[in-house]
Every structure is written in structure tokens, then in C-alpha cells.
Design a protein around this ligand. Structure first.
Ligand code: TYD
Length: 386
């Protein structure tokens, strides 16, 4: 049944240069399964539309480096640094990090042709394809025995979970550790991160849903860990049923983390309040002739801007340091994306931090903005002006 509906929305990462053709719009609605409590979108946009020319690149920020360090330390508790296949390796940043930390024999799988050059320059071997049986076999042939399979923030982008697990099984040896990191559905709900709902995020992961999925496969949940990145992430480690390593978590512990209708109704009500709050705030500032801008041309920014109905009249520009996003225009609103230097130069009154998951780092980096009298508007978990 439908539990959260944002209407017809542009694709959140469809940042386009002047004159470049937009990928279009699609319904953005979350459905909940009454039987297993799984939540997923009602419509799947073709992956070839979403990912072939992908402007999302893994953040090279300090926050992300700290996260990589925690992740690697947790991987090393499972076994020595070894061979790795990364599913959805993007521009190869994480594999490059691993190669600097003792891991060798690394292969990525990612379809984004425009990111291939960056991965190459990092000497990261990448199978340029979606994750399917063919690319899994090719990666397996290249690596041989696979010690770790990593899938960072790609699982929620998959529409056919069963096929995903079958293809993971192709890569697995008896002691392979499968690390699936994804936004934790419960953090999305509890912190009302409705801006995590966009066409790339096809589902909202719970450990319960993962345990249901794994029934009848050769894999089981070995461990579950949580991290603060991206508003709250979960790492579900899987191992083969024949593995010598005993599980570090008990699936029974997680049986109550199944979503109910009420959880989603509360979330939807709260999201409407949050959208109204930001819209009202920005409208009032614009009436007062204040200059409001955005910081972080994240997918989340697209969700907020279109949910609030903002245009260039409300938000003058959005600052973002990603070279691939520079000089593009925000999907659905055509708000220009500019370099962060513009913030220091133009000194707007308010900057909405749409990269709120990097708040600490960005606010520290952009000290001059506040010193010049600018105020940050933090929209998540609730509207805060600092
Ligand atoms: P992110 O939260 O990674 O992604 P999503 O698209 O999944 O919502 O996006 C953060 C954006 O903020 C990204 O486009 C990079 C940008 N950014 C900066 O411009 N400066 C910074 O210092 C950091 C950390 C991010």
C-alpha cells in the first residue's frame, strides 16, 4: 500500500549543463508490503537512464576518510587484508583507499562511463557494467579467490534483490566476507530524512528484510554494524553458510526491526511539517529581500527544492565543490550550481546546508561565511538556524 507520496519528481542527480537534455520526471511514491514490512518505490526508473552518465562521485571529504578508516578496521576484524571486488565502485576512491591500506588484487564493477577515466587514473581496474551475472563472472575471473565483496550504498539502488544475491554468490568463496553498507531505513524514518527518498533509492533497508531475503540462499547474516555517515548507515556482513566463522549477531535480535504502517504514516506526517517549515522560512526571508542560497548540490537538495517548490527566486545558487556538477543546473528548478568560492565572495544572508551529513566539516571549512554575518540553515533532522 502507498505510504509516502512526493508526486511527480525530477531525477535527483539529473544536474545538466546549459542545453543538455534532461532525463525527465517520474512518480516518487513509497509502498509498504503488508506481509514482510518491506518498503520500496512504486516505480523503477531504468538504471541505464540513472547511472550511465552519473554526476554523483564519492566524497573525498575528511568525514568520508574517517568512515573509510572505521570500515577498514571492521573488515580487518574478519580476516587479513586481501582481495576485494567492489560493486558500484563509482570513481574508485574506496578501492584506492584500500590499496593504500594493504589490500591487493582489487576490482570494481560500475557502469558510469564518465567516471572511468578517474578510476583509471587511480589505477583501479573496473568492469564497466552493471552488476549482473556476466560482470560478476568477469570480476571473479580477474580476482580469483575473493576475500571481501563490498557494496557501499548500492543495495538500495537494486530492484531485484534476489538476482543481486545470486550474483554475489557467483563471486563468493567459502570464507568471503560480503559487506553491504546502506542507509539504515530506521534512521531514515526516525530522523525524518525524507530527502533520502528519490528514484535511485528503490528501497529502505531493515535487517529484518535482509534476513527474509537470505532464506533459501547460501548466505546468512554474520554481523550488523552501524555508522553515522550519510545520516545513519548500516553495514550488514554476510558469510556463506559453510563458513567456519560463527555469526557475531543473532538474527532474532533484529526480528523486531520490521516496518509497520504506523511507522510510515508518522514519517509522512512529519515530512509534510518539515517541508512546510522550510518553505515558510525561505518565503519569509525572500519577502525581507534577504539572499538565500544552498550548499551541497546533493540528491537530497533536489528532493527538498522540488518538495518545497523553490526556484531561482528563492534560492539564488547552490555551492558545490564537485567538478562534475560545476556550471550545471539543479533538476526541476534550474538553480545554478557554482563553486564554493562564490559564498565567500557574494556573502549571502542564509545558506541552506543540503549536504547536512557533512555539516561539521563544511561549517568549519566555511568559517568566513558566519564571520561575515551569514547564517546556516540546517534542514535535518529538524530546521535549525546557526
Ligand atoms: P552527498 O551527501 O554525498 O550525496 P547525495 O547526493 O547522496 O545526497 O552529497 C553531498 C554534496 O555536497 C556533494 O555534491 C558534494 C558536496 N560537498 C561540498 O561541496 N563540499 C564539501 O566539503 C563536502 C563534504 C560535500
Amino acid at each position: 500500500m502507498p505510504v509516502f507520496d512526493l508526486g511527480i519528481q525530477p531525477l535527483a542527480n539529473d544536474f545538466c549543463l546549459e542545453g543538455e537534455e534532461r532525463q525527465g520526471y517520474a512518480p516518487l511514491k513509497v509502498m509498504l508490503c503488508n506481509d514482510c514490512g518491506h518498503a520500496q518505490l512504486s516505480v523503477v526508473v531504468k538504471p541505464s537512464i540513472l547511472y550511465s552518465k552519473y554526476r554523483y562521485v564519492t566524497s573525498p571529504s575528511l568525514t568520508m576518510r574517517h568512515h573509510f578508516a572505521s570500515l577498514v578496521s571492521d573488515m580487518l576484524k574478519e580476516g587479513p587484508a586481501g582481495s576485494v571486488v567492489e560493486i558500484g565502485s563509482n570513481d574508485g576512491l574506496f578501492l584506492q583507499y584500500l590499496s593504500g591500506h594493504g589490500f591487493g588484487n582489487l576490482v570494481g564493477i560500475d557502469p558510469a562511463i564518465n567516471l572511468a577515466e578517474i578510476a583509471n587514473s587511480r589505477q583501479v581496474h573496473t568492469v564497466r557494467d552493471f552488476f549482473n551475472a556476466d560482470s560478476a563472472r568477469l570480476a571473479k575471473d580477474m580476482v580469483g579467490k575473493v576475500d571481501f565483496i563490498i557494496a557501499r550504498h548500492v543495495f538500495c539502488h537494486i530492484d531485484d534483490w534476489q538476482a543481486f544475491i545470486r550474483n554475489v554468490e557467483i563471486l563468493c568463496d567459502r570464507d568471503t566476507v560480503v559487506c553491504i553498507e546502506a542507509p539504515y531505513g530506521w534512521d531514515t524514518l526516525n530522523r525524518c530524512e525524507f530527502d533520502q527518498v528519490y528514484h535511485e533509492h528503490l528501497s529502505f533497508l531493515s535487517v529484518h528484510a535482509m534476513s527474509v531475503l537470505l532464506k533459501g540462499t547460501t548466505l546468512h547474516i554474520h554481523n550488523v554494524l552501524k555508522y553515522p555517515v550519510h545520516g545513519g548507515a548500516i553495514l550488514i556482513m554476510l558469510r556463506q553458510n559453510g563458513s567456519k566463522e560463527p555469526p557475531k549477531t543473532d538474527a532474532d535480535v533484529w526480528k523486531n526491526d520490521r516496518f509497520t504502517l504506523l511507522n510510515w504514516v508518522d514519517f509522512a506526517d512529519e515530512a509534510r511539517v518539515r517541508i512546510d517549515d522550510l518553505r515558510t522560512f525561505v518565503n519569509a526571508r525572500v519577502e525581507e529581500k534577504k539572499i538565500v542560497v544552498g550548499y551541497g548540490a546533493s540528491a537530497k537538495s533536489t528532493v527538498w527544492i522540488n518538495a518545497c517548490g523553490f526556484t531561482r527566486k528563492h534560492i539564488r545558487y547552490i555551492c558545490d565543490e564537485t567538478p562534475q556538477k560545476l556550471s550545471t543546473f539543479s533538476p526541476g528548478s534550474d538553480i545554478p550550481i557554482v563553486q564554493p568560492e562564490v559564498l565567500a565572495r557574494e556573502r549571502p544572508d542564509f545558506a541552506i546546508l543540503w549536504a547536512w551529513n557533512f555539516a561539521e566539516e563544511i561549517i568549519a571549512k566555511e568559517k568566513a561565511f558566519r564571520q561575515a554575518g551569514g547564517e546556516w540553515v540546517i534542514p535535518v533532522p529538524e530546521l535549525k538556524i546557526i
